[in-house]
Design a protein around this ligand. Structure first.
Ligand code: ADP
Length: 242
């Protein structure tokens, strides 16, 4: 949130700056098994936000890094230098380090790490193009890549952000809505487990708005989850037809 004035009206006659209604998601595309050189991979696109995830493991851990009772889950969220309007320094920023941690913690709820003691499971997410909602797209892609790698999980994790623009709550905010809005609330959840696994809030909401925002996020998460299942099924169908 920049606090400045938006160059475009953010909410007018019930529509957002890109013509969407408050509950509309951006066009979403997902593909599983997009990389040859990873155990599992996924590509996810929410409007202009585009991420790719690669998963490896369970495999031999680096020295002194193993855990006796479970696999060590490691996660890296990274923005490509060309993903933002101004070139991003490729070195990991504090923001990327923090996001890597919260994404890993969200995934730890679902990955059955206790089945693979003394191993490491890695998931790398690269933001190819950033236009808002990269952390929720990253979680969505990371859990797909882990599933594609055949890593046992209790559930998939799907994410979406709710925002508040010109006093209205809106689902799946893009960069302009994030930059000039009054609040940004990324949420991720495991639909089958019926659990929220990530919740952040920048800006402020009243408790009533917060409840409504959570309801909206969960509706969005259910849609993203359905698309994840479809993408995994498509990959399986292709394998069976080979
Ligand atoms: P998220 O992408 O999860 O919404 P933020 O709220 O931190 O995360 O960022 C919102 C948007 O701002 C990003 O999606 C991206 O489009 C833009 N952005 C974030 N960090 C940078 C950066 N270092 N340089 C340029 N744009 C950025």
């Amino acid at each position: 949130m920049s606090g400045g004035k938006s160059p475009v009206p953010l909410f007018k006659d019930g529509k957002r700056h890109d013509g969407r209604g408050p509950m509309d998601l951006r066009p979403i595309e997902m593909k599983v098994g997009v990389l040859n050189n990873a155990n599992g991979s996924a590509w996810v696109k929410f409007g202009r936000t585009e991420v790719i995830a690669a998963a490896y493991g369970p495999r031999e851990p680096p020295k002194f890094m193993s855990l006796p009772d479970r696999a060590l889950l490691r996660c890296r969220y990274h923005m490509a230098p060309f993903s933002t309007d101004e070139r991003k320094n490729p070195a990991p920023s504090r923001r990327e380090i923090e996001l890597s941690k919260v994404i890993r913690e969200a995934l730890e709820t679902v990955v059955l790490t206790h089945l693979f003691p003394r191993t490491v499971i890695d998931v790398f997410v690269e933001v190819i193009q950033a236009d808002g909602g990269t952390r929720t797209a990253a979680i969505t892609a990371a859990s797909l890549a882990l599933a594609d790698a055949g890593i046992p999980m209790k559930d998939l994790v799907a994410g979406i952000a709710v925002g508040k623009v010109d006093g209205h709550l809106v689902l799946d905010i893009d960069q302009i809505e994030d930059n000039y809005g009054e609040a940004d609330m990324p949420v991720a959840g495991a639909v089958n487990l019926d659990k929220v696994v990530l919740l952040q809030l920048n800006g402020s909401l009243t408790p009533e708005e917060f409840n409504k925002a959570m309801y909206m996020a969960w509706e969005g998460i259910k849609k993203v989850y359905a698309l994840q299942k479809k993408a995994l099924e498509e990959k399986l169908r292709k394998e069976v037809n080979l």
